[in-house]
Design a protein around this ligand. Structure first.
Ligand SMILES: *[C@@H]1O[C@H](CO)[C@@H](O)[C@H](O)[C@H]1NC(C)=O
Ligand SMILES: *[C@@H]1O[C@H](CO)[C@@H](O)[C@H](O)[C@H]1NC(C)=O
Ligand SMILES: *[C@@H]1O[C@H](CO)[C@@H](O)[C@H](O)[C@H]1NC(C)=O
Length: 451
């Protein structure tokens, strides 16, 4: 009979040990970092700041490497990549071997390697690691490149994520009552062409997302989308240029908002990348509470870096001048535009011990200092809350409820008007100079004849 006691004791001991050691799922998560747009061939010093933030989880939001090949701008010659007479694509996919070697380079970056030692890394993709600039479902390299991304993320060989069409995934972290759900979307694999107002997620991913959102509640739900969800920059930068975003697919965007509202899920917010600057936007008319979208882009790619330092102020001026209705503008920003155009990363902090529990969402610079941020309590992100009635809040609410496309045209198109006026002034000045020179030459010639 002794062996039976021994057996029971052993089983109990194993049970106690297994129960006492918190599994990964149960460990409390208080800090999450995220980022996007990392050129594997460029120095990536920002990892030091990310490591100092000491996140338990890091989320890649796409363009984790630049996998495609960018051809130079060429107006003339045999291969012309811009202008109405262009005959060659500006971007072409690279070979599997080349993609692999770029991923290896990214993965062996010393800063990133150090981060991986203590931090769980998860992620999704955007166009350049999907394999081609602005590509969607038509891109033929997607099956191979799905495998390469999942290898980069150390996804287990037997993971169901390797068998599905697309890289979407969800994670539930932390102990009961203090759980965080992270939903990562795939905005590439099933996406219809731009301007089609078709689908972004595709049928199977929509079904999956609906199930995920209606699954058991969590205190916080972070939805990661490579492209921006709330801001529709194109509405105010067009017809000068257009960006990719959920706004370009209005039906699909409404469907997403309705799904979140119908799920009555509390504490939902978005994180996004893609645009090469950082900002926080907010939409108040989707669910019963403000829906934030924290955009961080990029780890290396940033709008101000493409111009020489003396012109950085001009980029910031243009960012400030660009009309918007969703951006969170307050005194907490480093610049008046409340955008940030140098290297940056996203930082999410949750103080579970505060009453009520507080959520701090920020974009941080290369030194780890915040450049824009919002602090809110989880109780303000609750579906059952009706909107507040104090005047200041009501005014804010009104602002963050108006789509960019409802702005008066003079405001909405001021960037384009300014640009076209500048071009027109330049052309007129040029014509004036040419005209004046011709007149001067004629007079000169006449004078010589007379002499
Ligand atoms: C990445 O960085 C390298 C080295 O600085 C540069 O040559 C290349 O053009 C960059 N690629 C992109 C997409 O910016
Ligand atoms: C976003 O802007 C584009 C371009 O102006 C427009 O076609 C689209 O309808 C806008 N989307 C929303 C949701 O306002
Ligand atoms: C939402 O409800 C909670 C608890 O009832 C309250 O503390 C909080 O201030 C409310 N937030 C808003 C925005 O009305």
């Amino acid at each position: 009979m002794v062996w039976k006691w021994w057996w029971m004791l052993t089983v109990t001991a194993i049970g106690v040990v297994a129960w006492g050691v918190p599994s990964e799922q149960q460990r409390l998560v208080t800090r999450i970092a995220f980022g996007s747009c990392a050129n594997q061939s460029a120095p990536q010093p920002i990892w030091n700041a990310i490591i100092s933030f000491d996140p338990q989880v890091f989320i890649w939001l796409g363009d984790n490497i630049y996998g495609d090949i960018r051809r130079p701008f060429k107006l003339f010659g045999k291969e012309r990549t811009i202008g109405p007479w262009k005959n060659a694509p500006r971007f072409v996919p690279s070979t599997e071997q080349e993609m692999k070697s770029r991923y290896e380079k990214a993965k062996s970056n010393p800063g990133y390697s150090r981060l991986q030692e203590n931090t769980k890394v998860i992620g999704t993709w955007d166009d350049h690691d999907y394999g081609l600039n602005d590509a969607g479902k038509e891109f033929s390299g997607k099956i191979t490149n799905q495998r390469l991304l999942l290898d980069f993320l150390d996804e287990p060989e037997n993971s169901p994520r390797r068998k599905q069409d697309g890289v979407y995934a969800s994670y539930t972290l932390g102990p009961m009552g203090r759980q965080i759900k992270v939903i990562l979307l795939d905005t590439r694999y099933h996406r219809d062409p731009l301007r089609s107002d078709g689908t972004i997620l595709g049928h199977s991913q929509w079904e999956w997302l609906e199930k995920e959102l209606n699954d058991s509640p969590t205190a916080v739900t972070i939805i990661g989308s490579s492209i921006q969800v709330i801001s529709n920059l194109s509405a105010t930068t067009g017809p000068l240029f257009y960006m990719e975003s959920w706004g370009r697919f209005p039906k699909e965007r409404d469907r997403l908002f309705k799904l979140i509202a119908d799920s009555k899920r509390d504490g939902v917010f978005f994180i996004s990348g893609d645009v090469h600057f950082g900002e926080i936007t907010r939409y108040d008319c989707a669910t019963g509470y403000p829906l934030y979208d924290v955009t961080s882009s990029g780890i290396t790619q940033a709008v101000e870096k493409v111009v020489p330092p003396p012109l950085h102020f001009f980029v910031r001026f243009l960012a400030w001048l660009t009309p918007n209705t969703m951006r969170v503008m307050d005194q907490n920003c480093r610049y008046r535009s409340c955008t940030y155009g140098m290297s940056n990363f996203g930082a999410v902090e949750i103080d579970w011990d505060a009453t009520p529990v507080t959520l701090k969402i920020q974009v941080r610079d290369i030194n780890g200092n915040p450049v824009t941020g919002v602090t809110t309590s989880l109780s303000e992100l609750q579906a059952r809350n009706s909107t507040s009635s104090t005047t200041k809040k009501a005014r804010e609410h009104h602002r963050h409820c108006s789509l960019e496309s409802t702005l008066p045209w003079i405001v909405r198109y001021r960037l384009a008007i300014l640009a076209y006026c500048a071009v027109a002034t330049f052309v007129l000045a040029l014509i004036g100079v040419i005209w004046a020179s011709i007149l001067a030459c004629r007079r000169c010639a006449r004078k010589r004849k007379c002499d």
